[in-house]
Write a protein that binds this ligand. Structure first.
Ligand SMILES: *[C@@H]1O[C@H](CO)[C@@H](O)[C@H](O)[C@H]1NC(C)=O
Ligand SMILES: *[C@@H]1O[C@H](CO)[C@@H](O)[C@H](O)[C@H]1NC(C)=O
Ligand SMILES: *[C@@H]1O[C@H](CO)[C@@H](O)[C@H](O)[C@H]1NC(C)=O
Ligand SMILES: *[C@@H]1O[C@H](CO)[C@@H](O)[C@H](O)[C@H]1NC(C)=O
Ligand SMILES: *[C@@H]1O[C@H](CO)[C@@H](O)[C@H](O)[C@H]1NC(C)=O
Ligand SMILES: *[C@@H]1O[C@H](CO)[C@@H](O)[C@H](O)[C@H]1NC(C)=O
Ligand SMILES: *[C@@H]1O[C@H](CO)[C@@H](O)[C@H](O)[C@H]1NC(C)=O
Ligand SMILES: *[C@@H]1O[C@H](CO)[C@@H](O)[C@H](O)[C@H]1NC(C)=O
Ligand SMILES: *[C@@H]1O[C@H](CO)[C@@H](O)[C@H](O)[C@H]1NC(C)=O
Length: 466
């Protein structure tokens, strides 16, 4: 059991007298060490602070975590955002196994809701994580605030799924700048198909990150790791999650869904004493979900922004001409299946991939072949674009929400009736052929002949001069 930092009543009253704004803090939460009134819980390195606050001029009181040394009060987590206290005299402490919040009448308004452990004790870590553990078994962590985010993703905090337990960690905006209750916008990872993260406005998709392509989200071409900021995406049987870490502990970064429905990455600028927004989405018209409908592709630098993919034509020409692209495009020519060819698009945001098929071990050549043999396959791409590309993603049905970039996107191969590619004579070989050749030739010249053989066996796979 830890003691108060200022244990002498005499001393604390002296401090309060001399420095009226200073607060009294504790370093762990137990049954007898609690947070109430102006008292706060402070992390060991003085980075984060937990305590009561009220927002705006309301009478609603909350327990939250904020940066201790950042003068602009910034809340990174709130325990009771949807069940505020009407009076500041609440108590935040550990009762039996749980961290609980009691109101002025000692009734429980919030609980960590677990049923494990003994003599549990909670600590606030310098990462901003409030962690509950078994006092007798210090390595037995039972609950953490990082698993129940509000609107903020801090470094080392995971967004997404623990597939073993079914825990889904996602961000939900504040209702307004002054009101921390759950707002309409959320940022939620969908692990189905080829996983990606969606920004929702209530039940409607507002923006899509695009799937993780090994380097970045397909829809965030400007996402470049720097030496002190590293992005991590994990997709295996146990979890599908996104996180970032910051190696320099003097730098503060956070990812937030704000009350206006914008996803923002912010960093604290110490000289200017303010948060700087260095990335946000949706940024341009093309970031809004389904801007150009099925088989439409959006280019923010073009006017109009929407165009149909080669081989497609506007479904509703009248609306399209009025710059409403939402109906998208339809094929000019029906598919013929095994005789079809693939249109090679570069620098695109991959289409919505919730129902896509993924095999991380297949080569692009095998991917093309698999797509061609399944007549409902409409497109394919590499699952991972790092190290010259690997893996296979296959789309069935309509291709939605594509965007074209001037740089930083990736390659996508879209199935067309060969007759729609006939006018398109730029590439003598398919891209996969070139890529495979390129990546293998220098390692093993024999592969060259194997490849030639391959192209003769399956001439339909490759684009022809026609
Ligand atoms: C808590 O802080 C408020 C404002 O800073 C102050 O008015 C009040 O007296 C403080 N209460 C205690 C118990 O220190
Ligand atoms: C909070 O409620 C308690 C108990 O009802 C009361 O004694 C106290 O004055 C209230 N405090 C404020 C700040 O309203
Ligand atoms: C606390 O108890 C008082 C008196 O029993 C009651 O009037 C008040 O509504 C209660 N407050 C809360 C927040 O439950
Ligand atoms: C705790 O569990 C109860 C009952 O399952 C539920 O009503 C309540 O909302 C939960 N509280 C939190 C903070 O999850
Ligand atoms: C999922 O949650 C369980 C139970 O808390 C934990 O033991 C496991 O390590 C978690 N898995 C991952 C991948 O985080
Ligand atoms: C951390 O960042 C600060 C501020 O940018 C810089 O002065 C310092 O050198 C960095 N430290 C390391 C270890 O990179
Ligand atoms: C599709 O292309 C094939 C040649 O690959 C052609 O014979 C067929 O007529 C085309 N289908 C349609 C519906 O035009
Ligand atoms: C994919 O390849 C990795 C390493 O090459 C291997 O460990 C793994 O078992 C393969 N997975 C499947 C599904 O074939
Ligand atoms: C094509 O793919 C779909 C979706 O995965 C699958 O349901 C269907 O059986 C496949 N068809 C063939 C011929 O493999």
């Amino acid at each position: 059991m830890r003691s108060y930092r200022f244990s002498l009543l005499f001393f604390t009253s002296l401090v309060i007298f001399l420095f009226p704004t200073i607060s009294i803090s504790i370093d762990s939460l137990t049954a007898t060490n609690f947070v109430t009134g102006n008292q706060t819980l402070v992390s060991a390195g003085d980075v984060f602070e937990l305590g009561f606050f009220n927002s705006g001029d309301s009478d609603n009181w909350y327990v939250g975590i904020w940066y201790k040394n950042i003068p602009t009060r910034t809340y990174v987590w709130i325990a009771n955002r949807d069940s505020p206290l009407s009076n500041s005299s609440g108590v935040f402490k550990v009762v039996d196994q749980n961290i609980v919040l009691l109101d002025q009448n000692q009734s429980q308004v919030w609980s960590s809701n677990i049923t494990k452990g003994n003599n549990n004790v909670a600590e606030l870590w310098d990462s901003g994580n409030l962690v509950l553990r078994d006092a007798g078994d210090p390595n037995n962590y039972l609950w953490q605030s990082f698993d129940f985010p509000t609107d903020t993703l801090l470094p080392d905090m995971k967004l997404g799924w623990n597939l073993t337990t079914g825990l889904d960690r996602y961000l939900t905006s504040w209702r307004s700048l002054q009101d921390p209750s759950s707002g309409d916008f959320s940022f939620k990872l969908n692990y189905q198909g080829f996983p990606e993260i969606f920004l929702w406005n209530k039940q409607q998709i507002r923006y899509r990150s695009g799937p993780w392509n090994g380097l970045r989200f397909s829809g965030v071409p400007e996402m470049e790791p720097v030496d002190y900021l590293v992005f991590e995406f994990i997709a295996d049987q146990d979890e599908v999650s996104y996180s970032f870490s910051v190696s320099n502990n003097t730098l503060f970064y956070r990812l937030v869904v704000n009350d206006a429905g914008t996803l923002e990455r912010l960093t604290w600028i110490n000289d200017a004493k303010q948060w700087s927004r260095f990335w946000y989405a949706p940024e341009d018209q093309c970031d809004y979900y389904r801007q150009c409908g099925p088989y439409g592709i959006c280019d923010a630098n073009a006017s109009p922004v929407c165009k149909c993919l080669r081989g497609f034509t506007p479904k509703n020409l009248q609306a399209w001409n009025l710059r409403d692209g939402s109906d998208g495009c339809v094929r000019k020519t029906d598919l013929g299946c095994m005789s079809d060819k693939f249109l090679h698009l570069r620098n695109v945001k991959l289409p919505q991939s919730t129902t896509a098929f993924v095999d991380r071990n297949m080569s692009l050549v095998a991917c093309e072949d698999m797509c061609l043999r399944n007549c409902s396959c409409t497109a394919y791409a590499n699952a991972d674009i790092s190290n010259r590309g690997s893996g296979c993603v296959i789309w069935f049905g309509e291709l939605l929400d594509m965007k074209e970039y001037s740089s930083g996107g990736q390659d996508l191969f879209v199935r067309l009736n060969a007759s729609d590619l006939g006018k398109f004579k730029i590439f003598p070989f398919s891209f996969s052929y070139c890529l495979f050749f390129y990546s293998n030739y220098y390692q093993n010249e024999k592969n060259y002949n194997v490849l030639l053989g391959h192209s003769e066996i399956n001439p339909a796979i490759h684009l022809s001069y026609n």
